[in-house]
Design a protein around this ligand. Sequence first.
Ligand code: ADP
Length: 470
Amino acid sequence: MPISHRYRSSQFLYAMTYVAVTLAALIFLNIYCFEVGKRMVYRNKEYALLEKCQLACDELAQPEALTPAAIAQSLAQLESLTASRLIVTDSAATALYDSAGEAVGKHILLPEVLLALEGESRFDGSYQNRYVLCRCAAPIYKGGAIVGCVYMTEYDPVRGALIHGLRVHIFQITAALEAIVIAFSVFYYTRFSRKIGRIMDSMRIIQSGDYSHKVVAEGNDELALLVQEINDLTDQLQLSEAKRSRFVSDASHEIKTPLASIKLLTDSILQNDMDRDTMLEFVADIGNEAERLNRMTEKLLTLTRIDSQPGGEQEIIPILPTVERVQRMLSPTAQAAGVRLRLELADPCPILIEEDDLHQIIFNLMENGIKYNIRGGTLTVCLRREADNAVLTVEDTGLGIPEDARAHIFDRFYRVDKSRSRSTGGSGLGLSIVHALVQNNGGTITVSSEIGKGSRFTVIFPLFDTEAAL
Ligand code: ADP
């Protein structure tokens, strides 16, 4: 399934969650503030109404009996007593007086009335349609006994308007805050999406093979950091791509030369009517070229192996026996070249390395020391300990390496003297293999040389004494 089908914007999800959470918090605060505001208004009203109610109760405690006439007379004394409605009941909750006149003779079974008849003064408030409705009831005591109760209701449009205003203002503030949250969420979401979109576009361009493409970084957030990382990665890809194509073209070029020679030699054999000895000479040359190709292919394969799997199976191996083995292998070559081999091996020098790698390093260096030596020259291989290191030097008495070439001799396909190197079967790969192998196994290699006197290659590996390791 293509990624676009599965793609869901996590940033959109975060933005929506953020909006939803803030909305929920604001709704909660909205309700909470509204309720607290209402309660404050009710509390403020409660004292005034209970006081009024108590005043009426005290006045109604004066007459002998609670008759409608006596109640009306007592209430008439209280000029300041203003209420929307006032009901006076007897101890059985039957209305004796109702300012609205509707409830007289009926049972008033309101909770406030029932509680008041049990001796508890009670206040309740509610908010409806921009009005605050307050209900209040208090018992009338006479001679220590409850003889009835006063029930009052009051509609308060002023406090109702206050609560309404509070509600509107809280709602407006909530809406404004939520609008700000949404605006910020949309702003950051679109900005983030735009940036991600741009990065994705660049990634597609890079994916199509254009490693020179650079992703443009904006700001200094984590996306800018990511962009920086991507650009570093493409730089590396570009570098290794350039290395790869140079390697391929160098390798093709190197392979072309012996192939061209083989073609030339076979054409000559086919076209000329040559004698048997010349033909045998030509065939031997073809064999040599084929052998060179073979050697080069092997070296190319070694390089590919080093590049593709830099870390092999390392083990603790003494260098000394490997040097002796290589010496035995190269003795015939040295003899043929008139080069004397001299070994100064003081210590076995155990190191942590892949066995084949160690062999290849020593072989290539010693083979070069013979190849680029002079007849009657000497190749000295010296192995010694220096502090915690094993130091191997391969020193010849050959032509030496010019100073400007020393920086390049470890490059692939580099040869100081192409014609001499070719004549000795060189491919310019031996030292690059040595360099890569030494590095992969945690060592270092350096070269010093003097023209006309010879060259010395020094390889240093950290020692790995078994006792020390234990
Ligand atoms: P080649 O297969 O051509 O020998 P190398 O990578 O082994 O390739 O060496 C690279 C070049 O470095 C050689 O072509 C040669 O010119 C130079 N070189 C290497 N070793 C020596 C040496 N011991 N003395 C002089 N020149 C050397």
